[in-house]
Design a binder for this molecule. Structure first.
Ligand code: UDP
Length: 477
């Protein structure tokens, strides 16, 4: 039945959005569907491993920044969003209308976060649409509760950092630090909440709303099955990470990785990892957007040097396009020379993260807990040291530490700084041979096995995706 499908997929132009959407594309194509992947001219130009496989085509549009990209954290993001909405809507209207004249017109639009205009266009043109939720199901639930009756409760409770927030159906309670940062008064990205609200409201207006969730049923049983999200059907189809990596095949055979190039890195980090003992390396990366202060970077550097563990650290290069002034280059760190001469450490500006995480030498991942990074770490059985910064990362850290018990969250001081001693302590526990370290590794292995089983033939995510395709086929017949 999938042979009759032609999906149009559109995402916000960020690496964390495009990666899971490309992996989803790959799954659809492997089940026989045809996909047109829509993205901005700039982002398309930065894709490496541009997949050329039968059944896939790309369509590009201008967001007004063909030579560069507006990042989500930029100050003038609100004006960018309105321009992106205007141009994106126009593009979507034209491409949907012209597809109607073709032999194989679109049968469904798949869209990701903060694109509430996309389902509106599809609706006007009578094209079914489905939201691909690229964060945890728990995060969806929290937003749903916030927009439906629990808004005041969450706001009031979150004023006191020690208060426990209990949400019906979730077997664990949350503190304000565990909530997605967009719900907190201190949040400065005020445009994000109305956009998410609209997106969830639009789902409520549909007769039979479905949300495809980039998670694994076994990871979030309560969030998927026990939380009342009205008539919305949550369908777990993840983890959307390269299947070569999940299948345990050679992860370098990642011909459909969908990485966006940040740096043309010819680095030899894999050879470097090859030279290290099993489970001996700390991998440190804070994703593509999070910006840490220079002081915080110094604390991390000192802790890594003092700990004696081998480490591979991704420090983005602020001289490169898209990077922000406040970002710190490795050459600005006071212990740079020490870092450079340290045989135990390696700093790179970019790496293929899935490749690194699946390397046998990996002992733990110090992460900002972006959802993709979290899934990639769970999928590779690597325990985590959690250092969440904003958006959903705070909730993901809660899941990592208290629900999956596969990592530790670092505590900060009154000034919001995580100090050397705390970093070292967490690293020593997670990397160590003590009871806690063993427990974290045991759990990490359990989630890895579940993630891999879910996407195999007959696994939960595989079954769910097939059944979604059948449902969509019935609607569009
Ligand atoms: N990533 C990578 N190499 C790096 C840093 C990040 O390949 O050096 C990828 C990572 O594998 C993940 C994505 O970039 O798929 C980051 O997404 P995530 O949701 O973890 O964080 P975000 O960047 O959106 O905050």
């Amino acid at each position: 039945m999938a042979q009759n499908h032609h999906f149009l997929i559109i995402t916000y132009p960020l690496q964390g959005h495009i990666n899971p959407a490309l992996q989803f594309t790959k799954r659809l194509i492997s089940l026989g569907a045809k996909v047109t992947f829509a993205t901005t001219i700039h982002l398309y130009s930065r894709l490496i491993n541009k997949p050329t496989i039968p059944g896939l085509s790309f369509a590009t549009f201008s967001d007004g920044y063909d030579d560069g990209q507006k990042s989500f954290g930029d100050e003038d993001i609100v004006s960018y969003m309105s321009e992106f909405t205007r141009r994106g809507s126009e593009f979507l209207t034209n491409i949907i209308l012209s597809s109607k004249q073709e032999n194989h017109p679109f049968t469904c639009l798949i869209y990701t976060l903060i694109l509430s205009w996309a389902p509106k266009v599809a609706h006007e043109l009578h094209l079914p649409s489905t939201l691909l939720w690229i964060q945890a199901a728990t995060v969806f639930d929290i937003f749903y509760y916030y927009f439906h009756e629990h808004g005041d409760y969450i706001t009031n409770k979150s004023k006191d950092e020690t208060c426990l927030i209990s949400l019906p159906g979730l077997s664990f309670s949350l503190k304000s630090r565990d909530l997605p940062s967009f719900l907190l008064a201190s949040n400065t990205y005020t445009f994000a909440l109305p956009s998410l609200k609209e997106q969830i409201q639009l789902l409520n207006e549909e007769i039979n709303p479905r949300v495809l969730v980039n998670t694994v049923e076994e990871f979030e049983l309560d969030a998927l099955n026990k939380v009342d999200v009205g008539k919305i059907k949550m369908i777990p189809i993840g983890p959307l990470i390269p299947s070569a990596f999940l299948d345990g095949k050679d992860p370098t055979d990642n011909s459909f990785g969908g990485d966006v190039v940040r740096v043309d890195s010819k680095d030899d980090y894999i050879q470097w990892l090859d030279s290290k003992d099993e489970k001996s390396v700390v991998y440190v990366s804070f994703g593509t957007l999070a910006v840490l202060s220079k002081r915080q970077m110094e604390e991390i550097a000192r802790a890594l040097l003092d700990s004696g563990f081998s480490f591979l650290w991704v420090i983005r290069d602020k001289k490169l396009q898209q990077q922000k002034e406040e970002e710190v280059d490795d050459d600005e760190l006071s212990c740079r020379e020490e870092l450079e001469n340290n045989m135990n450490g390696k700093i790179v500006k970019w790496c293929s993260q899935v490749e690194v995480l699946s390397h046998r030498s990996l002992g733990c991942f110090m992460t900002h807990c972006g959802w993709n990074s979290t899934l990639e770490s769970l999928g590779s059985g690597v325990p985590m040291v959690a250092f969440p910064q904003w958006t959903d990362q705070t909730t993901n850290a809660k899941l990592i530490e208290d629900v999956w018990k596969t990592g530790l969250r670092m505590e900060h001081d009154e000034e919001g700084m995580v100090k050397v001693e705390e970093i070292r302590k967490c690293l020593e526990v997670v990397m160590g041979k003590g009871e806690k370290g063993e427990e974290l590794r045991r759990n990490a292995k359990k989630w890895k096995d579940l993630a891999r089983a879910a996407v195999k033939e007959g696994g939960s995510s595989n079954r769910n995706l097939r059944s979604y395709l059948n449902d969509i086929a019935c609607i569009t017949q």
